[in-house]
Design a protein around this ligand. Structure first.
Ligand SMILES: CCCCCCC[C@H](O)CC(=O)SCCNC(=O)CCNC(=O)[C@H](O)C(C)(C)COP(=O)([O-])OP(=O)([O-])OC[C@H]1O[C@@H](n2cnc3c(N)ncnc32)[C@H](O)[C@@H]1OP(=O)([O-])[O-]
Ligand SMILES: NC(=O)c1ccc[n+]([C@@H]2O[C@H](COP(=O)([O-])OP(=O)(O)OC[C@H]3O[C@@H](n4cnc5c(N)ncnc54)[C@H](O)[C@@H]3O)[C@@H](O)[C@H]2O)c1
Length: 309
Protein backbone atom coordinates (compact mmCIF):
# COMPACT_ATOMS: atom_id res chain seq x y z
CA UNK A 1 0.00 0.00 0.00
CA UNK A 2 1.46 3.40 -0.90
CA UNK A 3 0.66 6.90 0.30
CA UNK A 4 -1.48 9.06 -1.93
CA UNK A 5 0.70 12.05 -2.77
CA UNK A 6 -2.42 14.24 -2.94
CA UNK A 7 -3.28 13.46 0.67
CA UNK A 8 0.28 13.72 1.93
CA UNK A 9 0.78 17.11 0.31
CA UNK A 10 -2.34 18.30 2.12
CA UNK A 11 -0.95 17.06 5.40
CA UNK A 12 -3.02 13.91 5.65
CA UNK A 13 -1.88 10.33 5.47
CA UNK A 14 -4.17 7.37 5.02
CA UNK A 15 -2.01 4.32 5.56
CA UNK A 16 0.44 2.93 8.06
CA UNK A 17 2.93 2.09 5.32
CA UNK A 18 6.52 2.69 6.41
CA UNK A 19 5.92 2.81 10.15
CA UNK A 20 6.14 0.08 12.72
CA UNK A 21 3.77 1.72 15.19
CA UNK A 22 0.36 0.12 14.81
CA UNK A 23 -1.42 0.75 18.10
CA UNK A 24 -1.29 4.11 19.83
CA UNK A 25 -2.50 5.00 23.31
CA UNK A 26 -3.36 8.67 23.71
CA UNK A 27 -3.73 9.71 27.34
CA UNK A 28 -5.91 12.76 28.00
CA UNK A 29 -9.12 13.19 26.02
CA UNK A 30 -9.10 17.00 26.07
CA UNK A 31 -8.38 19.49 23.34
CA UNK A 32 -5.03 18.03 22.26
CA UNK A 33 -5.54 14.34 23.05
CA UNK A 34 -8.69 14.12 20.94
CA UNK A 35 -6.88 15.79 18.02
CA UNK A 36 -3.90 13.43 18.30
CA UNK A 37 -6.20 10.40 18.50
CA UNK A 38 -8.03 11.63 15.41
CA UNK A 39 -4.96 12.14 13.20
CA UNK A 40 -3.56 8.76 14.25
CA UNK A 41 -6.86 7.00 13.47
CA UNK A 42 -7.44 8.74 10.15
CA UNK A 43 -3.98 7.60 9.02
CA UNK A 44 -4.78 3.92 9.72
CA UNK A 45 -3.59 3.40 13.31
CA UNK A 46 -5.65 1.71 15.96
CA UNK A 47 -6.02 4.14 18.83
CA UNK A 48 -7.22 3.93 22.40
CA UNK A 49 -8.05 7.29 23.93
CA UNK A 50 -7.81 7.27 27.72
CA UNK A 51 -9.15 9.78 30.23
CA UNK A 52 -10.05 9.68 33.91
CA UNK A 53 -13.37 11.22 33.10
CA UNK A 54 -16.04 9.24 31.18
CA UNK A 55 -17.89 12.42 30.24
CA UNK A 56 -14.75 13.85 28.67
CA UNK A 57 -14.39 10.69 26.58
CA UNK A 58 -17.96 10.96 25.29
CA UNK A 59 -17.38 14.65 24.46
CA UNK A 60 -14.10 13.79 22.69
CA UNK A 61 -15.86 11.22 20.51
CA UNK A 62 -18.32 13.91 19.42
CA UNK A 63 -15.65 16.49 18.68
CA UNK A 64 -13.52 13.97 16.75
CA UNK A 65 -16.48 13.05 14.58
CA UNK A 66 -17.23 16.73 13.87
CA UNK A 67 -13.62 17.39 12.98
CA UNK A 68 -13.48 14.29 10.74
CA UNK A 69 -16.47 15.64 8.86
CA UNK A 70 -14.55 18.87 8.17
CA UNK A 71 -11.50 16.90 7.04
CA UNK A 72 -13.62 14.60 4.85
CA UNK A 73 -15.32 17.58 3.23
CA UNK A 74 -11.92 18.91 2.24
CA UNK A 75 -10.44 15.56 1.11
CA UNK A 76 -13.46 14.11 -0.65
CA UNK A 77 -15.23 17.11 -2.14
CA UNK A 78 -18.29 15.91 -4.10
CA UNK A 79 -17.50 12.25 -3.25
CA UNK A 80 -20.11 11.57 -0.63
CA UNK A 81 -19.59 7.79 -0.40
CA UNK A 82 -15.81 8.12 -0.04
CA UNK A 83 -16.22 10.81 2.61
CA UNK A 84 -18.63 8.63 4.59
CA UNK A 85 -16.27 5.65 4.35
CA UNK A 86 -13.34 7.75 5.56
CA UNK A 87 -15.31 8.95 8.59
CA UNK A 88 -16.73 5.52 9.47
CA UNK A 89 -13.37 3.77 9.16
CA UNK A 90 -11.51 6.43 11.14
CA UNK A 91 -14.10 6.38 13.94
CA UNK A 92 -14.00 2.56 14.03
CA UNK A 93 -10.25 2.63 14.76
CA UNK A 94 -10.76 4.63 17.97
CA UNK A 95 -11.79 3.03 21.23
CA UNK A 96 -12.01 4.78 24.59
CA UNK A 97 -11.10 3.63 28.07
CA UNK A 98 -10.52 4.87 31.59
CA UNK A 99 -8.26 1.94 32.48
CA UNK A 100 -4.81 3.13 31.37
CA UNK A 101 -2.80 0.36 33.01
CA UNK A 102 -4.80 -2.25 31.12
CA UNK A 103 -4.60 -0.42 27.76
CA UNK A 104 -0.79 -0.01 27.83
CA UNK A 105 -0.23 -3.76 28.22
CA UNK A 106 -0.53 -3.98 24.42
CA UNK A 107 0.52 -0.78 22.73
CA UNK A 108 3.41 0.45 20.58
CA UNK A 109 3.33 4.14 21.49
CA UNK A 110 1.91 6.14 24.40
CA UNK A 111 1.34 9.84 23.74
CA UNK A 112 0.57 11.69 26.96
CA UNK A 113 -1.60 14.83 26.68
CA UNK A 114 -2.88 15.37 30.23
CA UNK A 115 -2.71 18.45 32.46
CA UNK A 116 0.47 20.52 32.37
CA UNK A 117 1.67 19.55 35.86
CA UNK A 118 4.97 17.77 36.42
CA UNK A 119 3.78 15.78 39.45
CA UNK A 120 0.70 14.49 37.60
CA UNK A 121 2.78 13.48 34.56
CA UNK A 122 5.32 11.78 36.89
CA UNK A 123 2.60 9.77 38.58
CA UNK A 124 1.21 8.63 35.24
CA UNK A 125 4.53 7.54 33.71
CA UNK A 126 5.76 5.82 36.87
CA UNK A 127 2.52 3.81 36.99
CA UNK A 128 2.64 2.61 33.38
CA UNK A 129 6.40 2.04 33.04
CA UNK A 130 6.37 -1.38 34.79
CA UNK A 131 3.26 -2.52 32.90
CA UNK A 132 3.93 -1.53 29.27
CA UNK A 133 5.93 -3.90 27.01
CA UNK A 134 9.69 -3.36 26.74
CA UNK A 135 9.36 -2.13 23.17
CA UNK A 136 6.71 0.52 23.87
CA UNK A 137 7.78 4.12 23.26
CA UNK A 138 6.60 6.84 25.64
CA UNK A 139 6.11 10.44 24.50
CA UNK A 140 4.81 13.62 26.07
CA UNK A 141 2.96 16.45 24.31
CA UNK A 142 3.94 18.95 27.02
CA UNK A 143 4.02 22.60 25.92
CA UNK A 144 6.58 23.82 28.38
CA UNK A 145 7.90 21.19 30.79
CA UNK A 146 11.26 19.46 30.45
CA UNK A 147 11.01 16.09 28.68
CA UNK A 148 14.16 14.92 30.50
CA UNK A 149 12.50 15.67 33.83
CA UNK A 150 9.24 13.94 32.83
CA UNK A 151 11.17 10.84 31.63
CA UNK A 152 13.28 10.72 34.79
CA UNK A 153 10.72 8.57 36.66
CA UNK A 154 10.90 5.78 34.07
CA UNK A 155 13.42 3.06 33.32
CA UNK A 156 12.98 3.60 29.57
CA UNK A 157 14.65 6.94 28.98
CA UNK A 158 16.09 5.51 25.75
CA UNK A 159 12.51 4.93 24.58
CA UNK A 160 11.26 8.38 25.58
CA UNK A 161 10.84 11.54 23.48
CA UNK A 162 8.75 14.67 23.22
CA UNK A 163 6.07 14.83 20.52
CA UNK A 164 4.73 18.36 20.58
CA UNK A 165 1.61 18.90 18.47
CA UNK A 166 -0.13 22.19 17.68
CA UNK A 167 -3.69 23.29 18.12
CA UNK A 168 -5.88 22.52 16.16
CA UNK A 169 -4.09 19.20 15.67
CA UNK A 170 -6.06 18.10 12.57
CA UNK A 171 -5.01 21.30 10.77
CA UNK A 172 -1.55 22.27 12.04
CA UNK A 173 1.08 20.33 10.11
CA UNK A 174 4.02 20.63 12.49
CA UNK A 175 5.22 18.19 15.14
CA UNK A 176 8.26 19.07 17.22
CA UNK A 177 10.22 15.91 18.00
CA UNK A 178 12.21 16.51 21.17
CA UNK A 179 15.19 14.29 21.60
CA UNK A 180 16.61 14.01 25.12
CA UNK A 181 20.22 12.90 25.59
CA UNK A 182 19.06 9.33 26.39
CA UNK A 183 16.67 8.94 23.42
CA UNK A 184 18.08 6.11 21.29
CA UNK A 185 18.54 6.40 17.54
CA UNK A 186 15.95 3.64 17.06
CA UNK A 187 13.34 5.53 19.13
CA UNK A 188 14.11 8.81 17.42
CA UNK A 189 13.79 7.23 13.96
CA UNK A 190 10.52 5.52 14.89
CA UNK A 191 8.86 8.70 16.16
CA UNK A 192 10.09 10.68 13.16
CA UNK A 193 8.65 8.03 10.80
CA UNK A 194 5.40 7.88 12.76
CA UNK A 195 5.04 11.67 12.63
CA UNK A 196 5.36 11.50 8.85
CA UNK A 197 2.99 8.53 8.67
CA UNK A 198 0.26 10.58 10.36
CA UNK A 199 0.72 13.30 7.75
CA UNK A 200 2.74 15.78 9.83
CA UNK A 201 6.05 17.50 9.17
CA UNK A 202 8.43 16.76 12.06
CA UNK A 203 11.29 19.01 13.09
CA UNK A 204 13.91 17.96 15.62
CA UNK A 205 14.88 20.05 18.61
CA UNK A 206 16.63 19.85 21.95
CA UNK A 207 14.89 19.81 25.30
CA UNK A 208 15.05 23.57 25.94
CA UNK A 209 12.17 25.60 27.48
CA UNK A 210 9.39 26.04 24.89
CA UNK A 211 11.32 24.03 22.29
CA UNK A 212 11.19 26.15 19.10
CA UNK A 213 7.66 27.45 18.55
CA UNK A 214 6.59 28.30 22.10
CA UNK A 215 9.94 29.88 22.97
CA UNK A 216 9.21 32.43 20.24
CA UNK A 217 5.41 32.58 20.44
CA UNK A 218 4.87 32.89 24.21
CA UNK A 219 6.98 36.08 24.63
CA UNK A 220 5.13 37.61 21.65
CA UNK A 221 1.77 36.81 23.18
CA UNK A 222 2.81 38.18 26.59
CA UNK A 223 4.04 41.42 25.02
CA UNK A 224 0.71 41.80 23.19
CA UNK A 225 -1.20 41.40 26.48
CA UNK A 226 1.06 43.97 28.21
CA UNK A 227 0.56 46.38 25.29
CA UNK A 228 -3.21 46.08 25.74
CA UNK A 229 -2.91 46.45 29.54
CA UNK A 230 -0.92 49.68 29.09
CA UNK A 231 -3.65 50.99 26.79
CA UNK A 232 -1.28 51.38 23.82
CA UNK A 233 -3.91 49.79 21.57
CA UNK A 234 -7.09 47.76 21.99
CA UNK A 235 -7.11 43.95 21.84
CA UNK A 236 -8.97 44.14 18.53
CA UNK A 237 -6.48 46.58 16.98
CA UNK A 238 -3.46 44.57 18.15
CA UNK A 239 -4.99 41.48 16.57
CA UNK A 240 -5.83 43.26 13.31
CA UNK A 241 -2.30 44.68 13.23
CA UNK A 242 -0.60 41.29 13.56
CA UNK A 243 -2.91 39.64 11.04
CA UNK A 244 -2.70 42.33 8.37
CA UNK A 245 0.79 43.65 9.12
CA UNK A 246 2.66 40.45 9.94
CA UNK A 247 0.62 37.77 8.17
CA UNK A 248 -0.42 35.80 11.29
CA UNK A 249 -3.61 33.73 10.81
CA UNK A 250 -4.82 34.83 14.26
CA UNK A 251 -3.88 37.88 16.34
CA UNK A 252 -1.98 37.18 19.60
CA UNK A 253 -4.97 37.90 21.87
CA UNK A 254 -7.27 35.76 19.75
CA UNK A 255 -4.64 33.04 19.91
CA UNK A 256 -4.40 33.35 23.71
CA UNK A 257 -8.19 32.89 23.91
CA UNK A 258 -7.94 29.95 21.51
CA UNK A 259 -5.17 28.14 23.42
CA UNK A 260 -6.79 28.75 26.83
CA UNK A 261 -5.60 31.17 29.54
CA UNK A 262 -5.12 28.42 32.13
CA UNK A 263 -2.63 26.73 29.79
CA UNK A 264 -0.82 29.93 28.79
CA UNK A 265 -0.67 31.27 32.36
CA UNK A 266 0.69 28.02 33.76
CA UNK A 267 3.45 28.10 31.12
CA UNK A 268 4.37 31.71 31.90
CA UNK A 269 4.26 31.13 35.67
CA UNK A 270 6.42 28.01 35.34
CA UNK A 271 9.04 29.83 33.31
CA UNK A 272 8.89 32.84 35.67
CA UNK A 273 9.69 30.52 38.57
CA UNK A 274 12.63 29.03 36.65
CA UNK A 275 13.90 32.33 35.21
CA UNK A 276 12.76 35.04 37.68
CA UNK A 277 15.05 37.71 36.17
CA UNK A 278 13.68 37.43 32.64
CA UNK A 279 11.04 40.20 32.24
CA UNK A 280 9.56 38.37 29.22
CA UNK A 281 8.19 35.72 31.57
CA UNK A 282 6.52 38.06 34.10
CA UNK A 283 2.88 36.82 34.47
CA UNK A 284 0.33 39.32 33.16
CA UNK A 285 -2.25 40.89 35.50
CA UNK A 286 -5.22 40.70 33.11
CA UNK A 287 -4.60 37.03 32.33
CA UNK A 288 -4.39 36.13 36.03
CA UNK A 289 -7.73 37.91 36.57
CA UNK A 290 -9.35 36.06 33.65
CA UNK A 291 -8.25 32.71 35.05
CA UNK A 292 -9.50 33.59 38.54
CA UNK A 293 -12.89 34.43 37.01
CA UNK A 294 -12.98 31.16 35.03
CA UNK A 295 -12.78 33.10 31.75
CA UNK A 296 -10.43 30.71 30.03
CA UNK A 297 -11.04 31.76 26.44
CA UNK A 298 -12.94 29.99 23.65
CA UNK A 299 -13.46 26.81 25.69
CA UNK A 300 -15.34 28.63 28.48
CA UNK A 301 -17.12 31.11 26.21
CA UNK A 302 -15.14 34.20 27.28
CA UNK A 303 -11.58 35.46 27.50
CA UNK A 304 -10.34 38.71 25.99
CA UNK A 305 -13.35 38.27 23.65
CA UNK A 306 -16.81 36.74 24.09
CA UNK A 307 -17.87 33.60 22.15
CA UNK A 308 -21.23 32.08 21.39
CA UNK A 309 -21.47 28.34 20.71
C1 LIG B 1 0.63 30.54 21.83
C2 LIG B 1 1.27 30.88 23.06
C3 LIG B 1 0.73 30.15 24.25
C4 LIG B 1 1.33 28.85 24.33
C5 LIG B 1 0.37 27.85 24.80
C6 LIG B 1 0.77 26.48 24.37
C7 LIG B 1 0.50 26.25 22.95
C8 LIG B 1 0.98 24.97 22.43
O1 LIG B 1 1.99 24.32 23.11
C9 LIG B 1 1.40 25.12 20.99
C10 LIG B 1 0.29 25.61 20.12
O2 LIG B 1 -0.61 24.89 19.77
S1 LIG B 1 0.41 27.25 19.68
C11 LIG B 1 -1.01 27.51 18.69
C12 LIG B 1 -0.75 27.14 17.28
N1 LIG B 1 -1.93 27.39 16.52
C13 LIG B 1 -2.11 28.50 15.81
O3 LIG B 1 -1.26 29.37 15.77
C14 LIG B 1 -3.41 28.57 15.10
C15 LIG B 1 -3.54 29.83 14.30
N2 LIG B 1 -4.81 29.85 13.61
C16 LIG B 1 -5.05 29.22 12.43
O4 LIG B 1 -4.19 28.59 11.85
C17 LIG B 1 -6.44 29.34 11.87
O5 LIG B 1 -7.04 30.49 12.42
C18 LIG B 1 -7.32 28.09 12.12
C19 LIG B 1 -6.78 26.91 11.33
C20 LIG B 1 -7.43 27.73 13.59
C21 LIG B 1 -8.75 28.39 11.63
O6 LIG B 1 -8.68 28.82 10.32
P1 LIG B 1 -9.58 30.01 9.79
O7 LIG B 1 -9.24 30.19 8.35
O8 LIG B 1 -9.41 31.16 10.73
O9 LIG B 1 -11.04 29.48 9.98
P2 LIG B 1 -11.83 28.31 9.26
O10 LIG B 1 -12.26 28.76 7.88
O11 LIG B 1 -12.86 27.90 10.24
O12 LIG B 1 -10.80 27.10 9.11
C22 LIG B 1 -9.87 26.95 8.04
C23 LIG B 1 -9.79 25.51 7.60
O13 LIG B 1 -9.36 24.69 8.68
C24 LIG B 1 -10.33 23.68 8.94
N3 LIG B 1 -10.41 23.43 10.38
C25 LIG B 1 -10.35 24.34 11.38
N4 LIG B 1 -10.41 23.73 12.57
C26 LIG B 1 -10.52 22.40 12.32
C27 LIG B 1 -10.60 21.27 13.13
N5 LIG B 1 -10.60 21.34 14.48
N6 LIG B 1 -10.68 20.06 12.55
C28 LIG B 1 -10.68 19.92 11.21
N7 LIG B 1 -10.59 20.98 10.39
C29 LIG B 1 -10.53 22.20 10.94
C30 LIG B 1 -11.63 24.23 8.40
O14 LIG B 1 -12.54 23.21 8.06
C31 LIG B 1 -11.16 25.00 7.18
O15 LIG B 1 -10.98 24.12 6.09
P3 LIG B 1 -11.07 24.66 4.57
O16 LIG B 1 -10.97 23.41 3.73
O17 LIG B 1 -9.90 25.57 4.37
O18 LIG B 1 -12.39 25.34 4.47
N1 LIG C 1 -3.94 23.65 24.55
C1 LIG C 1 -3.00 23.73 23.62
O1 LIG C 1 -3.09 24.53 22.69
C2 LIG C 1 -1.81 22.81 23.68
C3 LIG C 1 -0.98 22.70 22.54
C4 LIG C 1 0.13 21.83 22.58
C5 LIG C 1 0.38 21.09 23.72
N2 LIG C 1 -0.44 21.20 24.80
C6 LIG C 1 -0.15 20.35 25.96
O2 LIG C 1 -0.98 19.19 25.86
C7 LIG C 1 -1.38 18.76 27.17
C8 LIG C 1 -2.88 18.72 27.27
O3 LIG C 1 -3.40 20.00 27.00
P1 LIG C 1 -4.95 20.23 26.63
O4 LIG C 1 -5.06 21.64 26.22
O5 LIG C 1 -5.41 19.15 25.71
O6 LIG C 1 -5.62 20.02 28.06
P2 LIG C 1 -7.15 19.69 28.43
O7 LIG C 1 -7.38 20.27 29.76
O8 LIG C 1 -8.05 20.05 27.29
O9 LIG C 1 -7.15 18.08 28.54
C9 LIG C 1 -6.46 17.36 29.52
C10 LIG C 1 -7.24 16.08 29.78
O10 LIG C 1 -6.42 15.21 30.57
C11 LIG C 1 -7.28 14.50 31.46
N3 LIG C 1 -6.44 13.98 32.53
C12 LIG C 1 -5.86 14.65 33.55
N4 LIG C 1 -5.13 13.80 34.31
C13 LIG C 1 -5.22 12.57 33.73
C14 LIG C 1 -4.69 11.27 34.04
N5 LIG C 1 -3.90 11.10 35.07
N6 LIG C 1 -5.02 10.24 33.22
C15 LIG C 1 -5.83 10.41 32.16
N7 LIG C 1 -6.37 11.61 31.82
C16 LIG C 1 -6.07 12.67 32.60
C17 LIG C 1 -8.33 15.51 31.89
O11 LIG C 1 -9.49 14.87 32.35
C18 LIG C 1 -8.54 16.30 30.58
O12 LIG C 1 -9.61 15.76 29.84
C19 LIG C 1 -0.66 19.68 28.17
O13 LIG C 1 0.56 19.13 28.54
C20 LIG C 1 -0.45 20.96 27.31
O14 LIG C 1 0.63 21.71 27.77
C21 LIG C 1 -1.54 22.04 24.81
Amino acid sequence: MAFSSKLISRGFATSTYLNSIKHVTVVGGGLMGSGIAQVAAQSGHNVTLVDLNEQVLQKSKGSIEKSLQRVAKKLYKDQEAEAKKFITESVSRISVSSDLKDVVKKTDLVVEAIVEKMEVKHKLFSEIDPVAPESTIFASNTSSLSITEIASVTKRKDRFAGLHFFNPVPVMKLVEVIRIPDTSDATYNQVMEWSKAIGKTPITCKDTPGFVVNRLLVPLLCEAVRMMERGDATAKDIDIAMKLGAGYPMGPLELADYVGHDTTLSIVEGWHKKFPDNPLFEPMKSMKELVQQGKLGVKSGEGYYKYTK
